[in-house]
Design a protein around this ligand. Structure first.
Ligand SMILES: [Zn+2]
Length: 347
């Protein structure tokens, strides 16, 4: 009996995927490179450059919110680090609302649970991920912070700054720190989304049909994003060369977030192919090095673009919304009674 229990436990453990993230080095470098890519002049959040070390340091922090020692936080946080696209192919056009997405995944679970209980075990947000929503929410936090920063303590906004703090320079400094925190936090998910294996069902070993005989070993995830990044001692200058020079203003941020993930997914097979020929044990493998640099640079470029876009958008006046267009108004034609809100408007 005891032996049987041990056997069952080890089988269960074998099936618990790692679902990790770039190691400490990768996350720090991606955030540092993003700050270094903020344009030094023009209409751009240049004040963030003086907080580069803090933003770099924050790159690793969201992974410390996924520990068994803080189980409530972990449940809410784990899903934010992945977007395993094939796992929700029944939602071809993900809604512009986290809650609506959660409910659509749950509907699919209800449809499947009696027909195919084994498959149903993975039809939940833990195994679809919610990374695209954590990025959007992080971007909006940064934009809201920038709006406050622009007005500082001088003009009241719809959220008032505490009247206790009356020194405008102090208020400005506090607001700048907030934005640095939001950017560093957001950078974690943006870098995760640039890691090919965070955007595919093949996150921890190849799943399903396997004509090219790719590894099923879940450790491929860590071999690429942590061990190899450490082996080649990746630094910001390695990555900076591959960062897009021009900051982009993103017209439709949600669409850009989805595209950022899909672009990363295109390199899933590259990771498996390189692993197959043992590239991640070779310090001088040019192709493997370049894949690391390009993927981290994709995260850095996109984080910089999000900061730049948030800055431009935060200067725009707040539009007036009629009572019927308020998302929580049941008379709003886009109101979804299952979520109690209308999804975010297009663009
Ligand atoms: Zn992560």
């Amino acid at each position: 009996m005891f032996r049987k229990i041990i056997a069952l436990v080890s089988v269960a453990l074998l099936h618990v995927p790692y679902l990790g993230a770039w190691g400490a080095r990768g996350h720090t470098v991606a955030n540092l490179s993003a700050v270094e890519a903020i344009p030094a002049d023009g209409d751009s959040p240049t004040f963030l450059r003086s907080m580069e070390a803090y933003i770099g340091h924050l790159g690793t922090i969201p992974d410390t919110w996924r520990s068994s020692t803080e189980p409530y936080l972990r449940i809410s946080e784990d899903a934010n680090h992945g977007w395993y696209t094939e796992q929700f192919d029944y939602i071809p056009d993900p809604p512009r609302s986290r809650t609506e997405f959660v409910l659509r995944v749950y509907d699919e679970y209800l449809k499947t649970k009696t027909k195919d209980p084994d498959r149903a075990k993975l039809i939940n947000i833990r195994y679809t991920g919610t990374q695209a929503y954590s990025i959007m929410e992080g971007y909006e936090r940064m934009k809201a912070g920038m709006r406050l920063y622009r007005t500082g303590s001088l003009a009241p906004t719809y959220i008032s700054i505490s009247p206790i703090f009356t020194n405008p320079d102090q208020v400005k400094q506090l607001l700048a720190q907030d934005i640095a925190f939001y950017m560093g936090w957001l950078g974690h998910y943006v870098a995760d989304a640039a890691q090919p294996l965070h955007n595919s069902q093949h996150h921890d070993g190849w799943r399903g049909v396997n004509p090219k005989n790719y590894t099923r070993d879940p450790d491929i995830h860590g071999r690429f994003e942590t061990n190899y990044v450490d082996l080649i001692e990746t630094t910001p200058p390695d990555v900076n060369k591959y960062v897009r020079k021009e900051a982009r203003h993103l017209d439709d941020v949600w669409k850009a977030v989805l595209d950022h993930s899909l672009e990363a997914r295109n390199s899933v097979e590259d990771v498996y192919r390189l692993d197959q020929r043992g590239a991640f044990t070779k310090k001088d493998d040019q192709e493997a090095r370049e894949l690391v640099y390009k993927r981290l640079a994709s995260g850095a470029s996109f984080l910089r673009d999000l900061a730049y876009t948030a800055w431009i958008e935060s200067a725009k006046p707040i539009p007036r919304i009629s009572p019927t267009d308020q998302p929580q108004n049941p008379d709003n034609p886009r109101y979804n009674p299952a979520t109690g809100s209308a999804p975010a408007p297009l663009k």
